[in-house]
Design a protein around this ligand. Sequence first.
Ligand code: NAD
Length: 248
Amino acid sequence: MKLENKIALITGSSRGIGRATALLFAKEGAKVVVNYIKNETAAKQVVEEIKKNGGEAIAMQADVSEENQVKQMVEKVIERFGKIDILVNNAGIVFDVPFKERTVDQWRQTLNVNLIGTFLCSKYISELMLKNNYGRIVNISSTNGIDSLNPESIDYDTSKAGVISLTKNLATELAPVIRVNSVAPGWVDTDINKDLPKDFVKSETDKILLGRFARPEEIAKAVLFLVSDDVSFITGVTLIVDGGYLSK
Ligand code: NAD
């Protein structure tokens, strides 16, 4: 097992990529904090599934964009487990809206969750990691933060470009104790994409060399790779996991 005796907090892990990462980390021996914002039932189901398989996990509510809630969540995890070794900043939101209809409020919400949420969790958890002389952080960015040409998600794409920049800056600030990397998924089959028009999904799928969207478990494996000691000399990178996406 790659994560024995490690405590891992995964934001937004009641479903999708976060859930798959929580289940995989638990299988690898980590004790997992399943952070969620609203869906307590789904978060508890993830915890139950981990326990059923002989692992240990707790569900923890917090909106990652709210500083006080992040601080309280971290305090509660420390009360329960005494440390946090691994942080996966996975929580994210997107509003697909035509450019002309895009509002400042949507911009703020997107940046608050995707970018500032990543900053807040990294700030408060890295303090503890430094004291403990061990830490691994993986930020879930997106290929949209690298080469997107979709103005409908202009604020999302900007937020994910920010996450990639944040990753390099955090890696610089927190080295050599904490390794900080990012996984940039392309299209993944999760609820965040459930309302995309079918013809758009088809035309995007046609651009993927492997001919399909990723399964959340395939992204989780890349996250595990980056937190594991198999890659003890990798920090500050963004690993693209997009099945080979042909540019438009
Ligand atoms: P998802 O919508 O299933 O998961 C996002 C999770 O974040 C949800 O559980 C949601 O409740 C949670 N969340 C949202 N706001 C939150 C907040 N303020 N505080 C705490 N949790 C919050 O979608 P997903 O595809 O699993 O997305 C996970 C991450 O992967 C996101 O950052 C997303 O941007 C990124 N990503 C997804 C894809 C894709 O195609 N699915 C591609 C690239 C990147």
